[in-house]
Design a protein around this ligand. Structure first.
Ligand SMILES: NC(=O)c1ccc[n+]([C@@H]2O[C@H](COP(=O)([O-])OP(=O)(O)OC[C@H]3O[C@@H](n4cnc5c(N)ncnc54)[C@H](O)[C@@H]3O)[C@@H](O)[C@H]2O)c1
Length: 346
């Protein structure tokens, strides 16, 4: 365990809550930085997760004290298309420029590794063909572009003293205390649960690889623990299973007794379609998914039952990254640079 002291940005978010717990249980000293855009939505209260001893409620753009840090795991940012579309300029600024600046400061301070949460959205509009890290990226949204630009800038900083690894996460699913309903499996199981109908808004043909947040966390841990030469300057697609949205709808339906699938008759083809080959991460990091979407859908169903999810709570802003950011902007809890001000109490 060479890189023992880990700074994790965005550790109070959907993935971060689970990833920080895994890293802490694996013996790492994790310090967390999170601006606290989302607070807690009271979900999955019974999950017994560890939290970092050092938790800074601040913007990662202001962080400079890297003393003693061996590695940075960077999760913070605008996490999806909806949130990024609200302010594409700031999405580029936060997800790309500020991310590269963070890495520059970390490198100058002697941090050895930087692991970046990128996204399979970088693959973008790639239709049905099987694609990999070697394929030409084709992002179609401000979010996808911001992640691609971040990767490009970060990889330029990679050298013998500073190991950069970009992890292109597939669309996530799974239960977290900072729960989100804006990702396909979480969303479709929730629709099935609260309305009895799995609502497919597109024509359902787009390819979407999906991955459990516990598997993503394991992949990041493996990247941190891998020999430098295995991960130095590398991009990894993180996932294991590709499905069409229709397939995912069938999995959601099977998990929720008595539910049915409802296709939108006007549903359009979603241009964001990518069918990803996950061989590289399997071979390099010996990573494969422990979770299947079928098992994940059952976990979601049980968590929705335990929480007592209903039509109203399903729509609560805290469960949707875009809705919450919209609320923060509208009520001036964030300024035009998306800095959260102290009047926001979560
Ligand atoms: N969830 C997915 O399906 C998915 C898929 C691919 C990639 N990713 C990427 O993984 C990362 C984590 O995703 P998530 O789903 O946990 O998102 P999330 O929105 O739930 O969590 C992000 C956290 O970062 C914090 N944050 C945002 N801007 C900040 C800033 N300027 N300074 C400090 N903290 C800030 C937020 O308060 C939040 O707690 C993101 O970069 C996202 O783009 C997520």
């Amino acid at each position: 365990m060479a890189e023992k002291n880990v700074l994790m940005t965005g550790n109070r978010g959907y993935i971060g809550r689970i990833m920080a717990d895994l890293f802490l249980r694996s013996g790492y000293n994790v310090s967390g930085i999170d601006a606290g855009y989302f607070g807690t939505n009271g979900f999955a209260k019974s999950m017994n997760l560890r939290n970092p001893k050092v938790q800074l409620k601040m913007d990662f753009r202001d962080f400079t004290d890297f003393k003693g840090m061996d590695a940075v795991v960077h999760l913070a940012g605008l996490p999806n298309d909806w949130a990024a579309d609200l302010n594409p300029k700031m999405a580029e600024e936060l997800n790309s420029k500020a991310t590269i600046d963070l890495a520059l400061r970390a490198k100058a301070a002697g941090v050895k590794r930087f692991i970046f949460a990128s996204s399979c959205s970088v693959f973008g509009a790639n239709g049905d063909k099987l694609i990999s890290e070697e394929s030409k990226p084709a992002p179609v949204t401000p979010y996808g572009f911001s992640k691609l630009h971040a990767e490009e800038g970060l990889l330029k900083l990679n050298d013998d003293s500073f190991t950069v690894t970009c992890m292109r996460n597939a669309t996530c699913y799974g239960v977290s205390p900072r729960m989100r309903f804006d990702m396909v499996l979480n969303n479709l199981v929730a629709y099935a649960f609260v309305e009895g109908k799995v609502k497919v808004l597109s024509d359902g043909t787009a390819w979407r690889p999906i991955v459990h947040i516990r598997d993503v966390s394991v992949a990041f841990l493996k990247a941190l623990e891998a020999d430098r030469e295995v991960v130095s300057g590398q991009v990894f697609a993180v996932g294991g299973y590709n499905y069409t949205v229709s397939d995912i709808a069938k999995i959601a339906k099977a998990a929720v007794p008595g539910s049915m699938i409802e296709f939108n008759p006007q549903g359009q083809k979603d241009p964001r379609s990518y069918n990803v080959d996950f061989t590289k991460i399997k071979k390099a990091l010996d990573f494969s998914c422990e979770w299947t979407p079928e098992k994940g859908a059952k976990e979601l169903y049980e968590a929705y039952r335990e929480y007592g999810l209903n039509k109203e709570s399903f729509q609560q802003r805290e469960f949707w990254a875009g809705k919450q950011l919209e609320y923060l902007i509208k009520n001036k809890f964030v300024n035009d640079k998306l800095y959260l001000n102290s009047t926001f109490v979560d």
